[in-house]
Every structure is written in structure tokens, then in C-alpha cells.
Design a protein around this ligand. Structure first.
Ligand code: PEP
Ligand code: MN
Length: 355
């Protein structure tokens, strides 16, 4: 953190600023900037509220050089792996999560689970509680869907991923679901994030449609702070001026997140584009730019899908996508001679409990 001081402060007032930092337990250095004195805070101020610094007499501006999310920035991939080891599943990368937008019936989710497993997916997704923009749209089968999902997971051996929107739904879903999804609309639901942080199951945290990368990281911090280190970040497209696609998939964010955090980063090209024929190219691009995995909406008969029909791919299409992204991941495996940072790290494991 750097404090930019008001112009013309004499040495005594500069010392007062540093004295105040000292009281806060922070070492500092002063330096002459071009036209302002600067005070560089040497200690760790990342968890301290900004007003402690903006309110110091003589401070004009506070420059925070890192987002205030020390756990997200320092968590090692090992933390994720270790927390997961206790519970079981090891998946190769890229991690593929596939399944329908919504669980529609027991037969539908079982048929889809078998088909996505056959296509090479590692985990099954399916919405039981659906956040819908329009309240008249299908909002999911709720508790019934949880039972169908758990059953499909048990019969296929796939862990199941499903969204919860409240602490109350979390309680109802807890024993049926292996990975809790936080949807884009709930990334800012801090009470929910805190509750999920109290669980010991992996959390798939989707970026809100208008969230900055720092807001996204700080949402993850809420979960880590409660002691749950198994957070998977998911880029699912942001809202821009463009209307031809449902969202704009922000692959900048993926490449950047991979430089900022060791948490796994996956991409949802289904919601990112809203169009089934764009899922494959964007899935390829996501893996090429370093994503650790993909979440792909897959339906055995997309035209009949109750929700998000336009973006659903078939299990056959999913199989083609998986073979292409695996080839890309192999191609980008770090060569012994290369000094470039690896785009993907196939040896890194993403761990989720398996039945
Ligand atoms: C979903 O995964 O079906 C979903 C509703 O996603 P998002 O929260 O990204 O819109
Ligand atoms: Mn959907």
C-alpha cells in the first residue's frame, strides 16, 4: 500500500503520518515522489479497512497495490488438493462438468448422466433450484431434483454439482450434492458465501455478470475466510454492449486469474455465449488460455430442454469438445526446455468427493 501525501507537508507532519501507521502496527518508509511525498506501507495492510488510511491527516490518496484478499492470493493449489483428498475423487485436468441446465425428471437426469460420463465428463451438473430472471419461467424441481441428482450420481459414479441460492436451500441440498454452485446472481450474496465457507464441500463460484475481477476474488475470500479452501472460480461471461451473444466470455479474466491465484479456474462457455454452436470454439479458447476445466450444459434432446435450450449441446457434441480440449491441453503441456509459464498443469489435480 502506498499513501500519497498532500503537497507541501513539512517533515513533522510526514512523521505524524508514519507515527499513526506505527500505532496501527505497520512499518513504513517515506520517499520523495515527483511532486508529492509518498509513504510506502511495508507491513501487511491487506485485511485492514481502507478508511484507517484515507482518514489519516495529510493523506491525499491511498493506492492499494493488491486486492484485499490475502487468502485467495496466497492459497496454494495444495490447499485445495489436501482439503479434497480427505474426501476422494481425483480428476485429471481439464476438469469437465457437464449436464443439463435443469433437472427435468428422474429419467432425463439419469440418461444425461450416463451419456456425459460416456462422453468423458468427470462430474454431473443439473439445476434443482433455478434462479430465473422471469418468475414465470421454470424454477426447478427443488427437493425432488436433489434426490434424482444424487441417484444419478451414485449410479454413474459422477460427483454432482448443483446451485443453491440461500442458506436454507444449502441445508436441504447438503446431503445430496457434492459441489455447491454459487450462480452469477448470488456472487454478491455474502451471507450465502459465509454459510458455504462453513461446509467442507467444494464450491464452484461463478462470476457475477457485472463483477470486476477484484470483486470476484473478494467473493472467493469470503468462503476461504470461513475455512473452506476448496473454491473453484468459474468465468461465465459478463454483460457488455453486445447483444448477438447472451454474454461476452471474458477470457482475459481467465488468463489474469491464473497469474493471481492458485485456485482452479474453469470456464462456462454455455452461459458465456448462449449459443450451442459457439460452445466448442470458446471451450477450445478457454483451455488454450489456461483454464483448468469447463462446465458445459448438455442435454440429450436440446430442443426439448425446459431452460437454456439454445445453448445446450448434445452428448455427442460434448464428446467432440472433450477430445479437442484434451488435445489442446496436451499441446500446451510445459516442455522441459520452455521457460514460458505453463498454460495448463495436467499434473495438478482437482479433487472432489466421489460417491
Ligand atoms: C446455470 O449454471 O444454469 C446458471 C444459472 O448459471 P449463471 O449463474 O452463470 O447464470
Ligand atoms: Mn443454464
Amino acid at each position: 500500500m502506498i499513501l500519497v501525501l498532500k503537497k507541501g507537508l513539512d517533515q513533522r507532519r510526514i512523521d505524524d503520518v508514519r507515527e499513526r501507521l506505527q500505532q496501527l502496527g505497520l512499518a513504513s518508509e517515506s520517499a520523495q515522489g515527483f511532486d508529492h511525498m509518498l509513504v510506502i506501507v511495508a507491513g501487511d495492510a491487506s485485511t485492514m479497512p481502507a478508511h484507517l488510511f484515507t482518514q489519516i491527516e495529510g493523506v491525499q490518496k491511498v493506492i492499494n497495490v493488491s486486492a484485499r484478499c490475502p487468502l485467495v492470493l496466497s492459497t496454494t493449489g495444495d490447499n485445495f488438493a489436501l482439503a479434497g483428498q480427505a474426501t476422494g475423487l481425483v480428476s485429471e485436468l481439464p476438469l469437465i462438468i457437464a449436464g443439463p441446465c435443469s433437472v427435468e425428471s428422474e429419467e432425463q437426469i439419469l440418461e444425461t448422466a450416463q451419456a456425459v460420463k460416456q462422453a468423458g465428463a468427470h462430474a454431473l451438473r443439473g439445476g434443482a433450484f433455478k434462479p430465473r430472471t422471469n418468475p414465470y419461467d421454470f424454477r426447478g424441481l427443488g427437493d425432488q431434483a436433489l434426490v434424482f441428482l444424487a441417484n444419478a450420481g451414485r449410479l454413474t459414479g459422477l460427483p454432482v454439482v448443483s446451485e443453491v441460492m440461500s442458506a436454507e436451500q444449502l441445508g436441504r441440498a447438503h446431503d445430496y450434492i457434492d459441489v455447491f454452485q454459487v450462480g452469477a446472481r448470488n456472487m454478491y450474496n455474502y451471507e450465502l458465501l459465509k454459510e458455504l465457507g462453513q461446509t467442507r464441500k467444494p464450491i464452484l463460484l461463478k462470476r457475477a455478470m457485472s463483477a470486476t475481477i477484484d470483486e470476484f476474488l473478494q467473493a472467493a475470500e469470503y468462503i476461504l475466510l470461513e475455512g473452506n479452501l476448496q473454491v473453484i472460480l468459474c468465468e461465465r461471461g459478463i454483460r457488455t454492449f453486445e447483444t448477438r451473444t447472451r454474454n461476452t466470455l471474458d477470457l482475459n479474466a481467465v488468463a489474469l486469474l491464473k497469474t493471481l491465484t492458485k485456485l482452479p479456474v474453469i470456464v462456462d462457455p454455455s452461459h458465456g455465449t448462449g449459443r450451442s454452436n459457439l460452445v466448442r470454439p470458446l471451450a477450445n479458447a478457454a483451455i488454450a488460455c489456461g483454464a483448468d476445466g469447463l462446465m458445459i450444459e448438455t442435454h440429450c434432446r436440446p430442443a426439448t430442454s425446459i431452460s437454456d435450450a439454445d445453448q445446450a449441446v448434445t452428448p455427442d457434441q460434448l464428446g467432440e469438445i472433450i477430445s479437442q480440449v484434451k488435445a489442446i491441453a496436451r499441446l500446451l503441456q510445459p516442455q522441459a526446455s520452455s521457460s514460458a509459464p505453463p498454460a495448463v498443469q495436467p499434473e495438478q489435480k482437482v479433487l472432489i468427493r466421489q460417491h
